[in-house]
Design a protein around this ligand. Structure first.
Ligand code: DC
Length: 235
């Protein structure tokens, strides 16, 4: 079977990465979590005091972007991929609320987006990739063969994220988590540089009431239909 590019976009914590990981695993494709890349840049900005309470010093971001390396290393057995910033595994450090509270802000900078989009295109250039984010089907791979736009009810998303953070031992309240999600959605959909919008040719998947298995079955079927269609066109 010829490999295709699968672009998955949608709001925060609506289940994109679960769908993307499960699908990549089932298809034996590479999974790229582009949110992790924006989170890694944010972590760097926080650690180096580039973000202050008065905002961000843009010229400093530009300076460090030139020297920064960002990528993934995958365990060949578990197929789990973890994000590396300047050769350091930062997978754990990027998942907390402090990074979550600042990431949409950092992701709104043109300089940051240009750098990460070019890395993402390089990572996906051979197809056989499932990439999730906010601008994958619109900016990174506008010619992706299959585009999904994932949504879910805000209360359900907040509860899922809250359970995930509490499970990791973070002391957060449900209100804080909901506030963070709503704020991020607002910034992500209203920013000037590649805002989150549904690509015209994307299929909408509402995960509010879907189990992990049923959402995987649904998207796997879409992939198979697309692959069959592409095959029929070249025959
Ligand atoms: O998917 P996530 O919640 O880990 O993403 C973190 C943030 O990164 C999100 O609030 C918006 C930003 N992001 C983006 O702007 N573009 C992407 N392709 C992926 C993430």
């Amino acid at each position: 079977m010829n490999k295709i590019t699968i672009a998955i976009d949608g709001y925060s914590s609506c289940g994109k990465s679960t769908i993307a990981k499960d699908l990549a695993h089932k298809l034996d494709y590479i999974y790229i979590d582009t949110g992790a890349m924006y989170r890694a840049v944010t972590l760097y900005c926080l650690q180096n005091h580039i973000i202050t309470k008065d905002g961000v010093e843009v010229y400093k971001i530009e300076e460090f972007l030139d020297d920064m390396t960002i990528g993934f290393q995958c365990d060949p057995n578990t197929k789990k991929c973890e994000v590396y910033l300047n050769d350091e595994n930062v997978e754990q450090d990027i998942r907390g609320l402090i990074v979550a509270n600042n990431v949409s802000f950092v992701a709104s900078f043109k300089e940051v987006r240009e750098k990460l989009v070019s890395i993402q295109r390089e990572l996906g250039k051979n197809k056989g990739v499932v990439m999730d984010g906010r601008d994958i089907g619109t900016v990174v791979f506008p010619n992706a063969e299959l585009k999904l736009f994932v949504t879910a009810d805000t209360d359900i998303r907040s509860k899922r994220r809250y359970n995930e953070l509490r499970g990791k031992g973070e002391k957060v309240s449900l209100e804080e988590v909901k506030e963070n999600l709503e704020k991020r959605d607002h910034i992500d959909t209203h920013r000037k540089e590649s805002p989150l919008v549904q690509a015209e040719d994307a299929v909408i998947i509402d995960t509010s009431h879907l189990t992990r298995e049923s959402q995987l079955d649904m998207v796997y079927e879409l992939v198979m239909e697309k692959v069959e269609y592409l095959k029929s066109k070249i025959q």
